[in-house]
Design a binder for this molecule. Structure first.
Ligand code: ATP
Ligand code: MG
Length: 335
């Protein structure tokens, strides 16, 4: 699709976003030049190893970065309007209204001393200006929407199962009628059956309410089931982005290939997760050039010196020197 001035802006447009954390007074880059767009109703998976910057990306978009984080570059636009993501006070009216986040581990996020109905009603009063009666009625509706009988609203969090608590978190995330839900490993702490039920619920809510979904996970099989598109992150950068069908059938980046190969597939006799050799990079000691080059089976001389840009390749995007138009420096460093 070509862009034209008449075209509607994407629902969310993240451009060249970099976030640093102050570590012992030294800023360390957690995400670097992250760019992507999200259309209304689209479901995108964000996948990568621990520390690759998935949560930081989510927090930046939702205006929930921690006080020691700084947006050093880039912007986030919602329906074409730039969000003041690095200004806590100016971001307040936007927070939870446009993009909301469902975190993992609902027990820690819910207040143990308040009944759940009160916890869901509160944002409706604060953000939507509802009276207590209106907010309670809306909270009952939201509970039913996520599959909890409204009468269970009088329960305290510890009286609910882990799956039900996660449903309460989803109800709270929906309270201010956002258009985007970010699930940050929303099912990690749950057993597989409950995990499947929560993912099914998110899928149903997505089609019923027209929500766009960013699903953060380590688990590519979850992405294959729930998402239209997948973005792969490595060391704070998006290294590949494409449709689920294309990425699973023809992964381009060597890291994506290894991630897909690491998934157990009992049908082919591969029962265990096969870890990717080498250690994930840390913020303080980031490898030069392409951060994946020390672990990459296809490494070339250029990979150690030049950061590959995330370029359009086919219908997706990939950040890898193997796919550059210039072929002359494709010399293997290792056999
Ligand atoms: N509040 C913070 N202060 C300092 N450094 C942080 C903070 N939060 C995250 N980081 C660092 O930023 C980098 C990216 O972390 P982030 O939490 O975004 O990764 P992630 O991909 O969500 O990892 P995981 O899969 O473990 O949740 C990591 O190196 C992490 O140590
Ligand atoms: Mg995380």
């Amino acid at each position: 699709m070509t862009s034209s001035s008449q075209e509607k802006p994407p629902l969310l447009d993240v451009k060249g976003l970099s976030v640093d954390y102050g570590l012992k007074g030294v800023p360390s880059r957690a995400i670097d030049s992250v760019s992507f767009a999200l259309r209304a109703g689209e479901a995108v998976g964000l996948v990568g190893e621990s520390g690759s910057g998935k949560t930081t990306t989510a927090m930046a978009i939702a205006g929930l970065l921690s006080p020691n984080a700084r947006v050093s570059k880039g912007e986030v636009r919602y329906r074409g309007e730039q969000l003041p993501i690095d200004d806590d006070a100016s971001m307040r009216p936007h927070r939870w209204s446009e993009t909301s986040v469902v975190f993992q581990g609902a027990m820690n996020a819910l207040n143990p001393v308040h009944r759940i109905i009160k916890q869901i009603a509160e944002p409706c009063m604060l953000k939507l200006g509802m009276s207590r009666g209106e907010a309670t009625a809306r909270a009952r509706e939201l509970l039913e929407l996520v599959g909890i009988p409204a009468d269970r609203g009088s329960a305290y969090p510890h009286e609910l199962s882990g799956g039900m608590r996660q449903r309460v978190m989803i109800a709270m995330a929906l309270a201010c009628r956002p258009s985007i839900i970010i699930g940050d490993e929303p099912t990690t702490a749950l057993d597989v059956i409950t995990q499947a039920q929560i993912l099914k619920l998110l899928g149903e809510l997505r089609s019923r309410l027209g929500l766009a979904l960013i699903l953060i996970t380590h688990d590519l099989s979850v992405v294959a089931e729930c998402c239209d598109r997948v973005m792969i992150m490595y060391a704070g950068r998006i290294v590949e982005d494409g449709t689920v069908a294309e990425i699973f059938a023809q992964p381009k980046h060597p890291y994506t290939r290894l991630l897909i190969e690491s998934i157990p597939n009992p049908a082919s006799g591969k029962k265990m997760i096969r870890p990717i050799p080498g250690d994930p990079p840390n913020l303080v000691n980031r490898p030069s050039g392409c951060a994946f080059h020390p672990r990459c089976p296809s490494v070339m001389a250029v990979c150690a010196t030049e950061v590959p840009s995330l370029d359009q390749f086919g219908r997706g995007r990939v950040a890898c020197h193997l796919y550059r138009s210039s072929q002359e420096d494709k010399v293997a460093v290792h056999a």
